[in-house]
Design a protein around this ligand. Structure first.
Ligand code: APR
Length: 257
């Protein structure tokens, strides 16, 4: 007896993908999981470092109490990330940038793997582990330009203390990032939500804004999330295996004309 397997990518979604002009993609830690980046949640457990849960060590409270330990945590994570490469999920998303008239990539990730895969216009809602920011003057600097000895790095401009340019728990997002993402979500026809547990706001409201704007919302995740019921299509599986399946001749021809 032949077992009929439902194609993972429906004909309807292929057609929408081939004909869409305005597309938004929201990604979370799951898109980097196949590159070896540990996720925060999912799989029933959450990250801990030196006995401290990640949402404690990555918090405004810890920053105020112990800046050196916060640098130690991000230096450790940067050390892990420095050895990792983008995966086919990142690469597929990077290839989409040229295929659509308006394409907006919004990420919660601070790992820079989208850019390493070739994505250019990335809205980093939660900042970047590769940058530092001055408490005093707000100047931003690439971490690669900093020397880490025993003390906390200082600002080249004003001598103030530098901190990781990452949005910590209890902190507001950088002005403009969310607004830009929300504006694109409100206008898009197709919104992909890839590798996020959809529990952290305001990022998790992006697909809701897209849905309210009439967009088709597609989730890619091996697990169900609080967002799954809101989605038009739920593609259950790994981003690196599913996203490369979404390459349609039609959309490639459109990009070249
Ligand atoms: N492909 C797609 N999704 C995956 C994969 C994969 N290969 N592996 C795991 N996932 C899914 C998990 O099932 C989970 O739903 O990715 C999700 C990861 O969820 P979180 O770890 O909660 O990450 P994220 O949603 O990005 O967290 C949001 O919280 O910790 C803060 O600031 C941090 O940006 C982060 C925010």
């Amino acid at each position: 007896m032949e077992v009929m397997t439902r194609p993972l990518i429906s004909a309807k979604l292929r057609e929408r993908f081939a004909n869409a002009e305005r597309v938004v993609v929201l990604t979370g830690a799951g898109v980097s999981a196949e590159s070896g980046v540990p996720t925060f949640r999912g799989g029933g457990n959450s990250a801990v470092w030196k006995g401290l849960p990640f949402d404690v060590i990555s918090s405004a409270g810890m920053l105020a109490r112990d800046l050196p330990v916060v640098w130690e945590w991000f230096n450790y994570r940067r050390g892990v990330l420095a050895t990792l490469k983008p995966n086919p999920g990142h690469e597929a998303i990077a290839s989409w940038e040229k295929q659509f008239k308006e394409f907006t990539l919004v990420t919660q990730n601070i790992d820079g793997l989208h850019q390493a895969a070739g994505s250019r216009n990335v809205i980093e809602l939660h900042g970047s582990i590769w940058r530092a920011r001055c408490f005093e003057c707000g100047a931003r600097v690439q971490v690669s330009e900093l020397k880490f000895d025993d003390s906390v790095p200082v600002c080249f401009e004003c001598g103030g203390h530098l901190r990781p340019d990452v949005v910590l728990f209890g902190e507001m997002l950088s002005p403009g990032a969310f607004e830009q993402a929300a504006a694109a979500a409100g206008q898009c026809e197709l919104c992909f939500v890839v590798g996020t547990s959809a529990v952290v706001y305001p990022a998790a409201s992006i697909p809701e804004i897209a849905r309210t704007g009439g967009a088709c919302v597609v989730e890619v995740n091996p697990e169900r999330t609080p967002l799954s019921d809101l989605c038009d299509e739920v593609l259950t599986g790994k981003a690196g295996e599913i996203l490369p399946l979404l390459r349609t001749e039609g959309s490639r021809q459109k990009a070249e004309t």
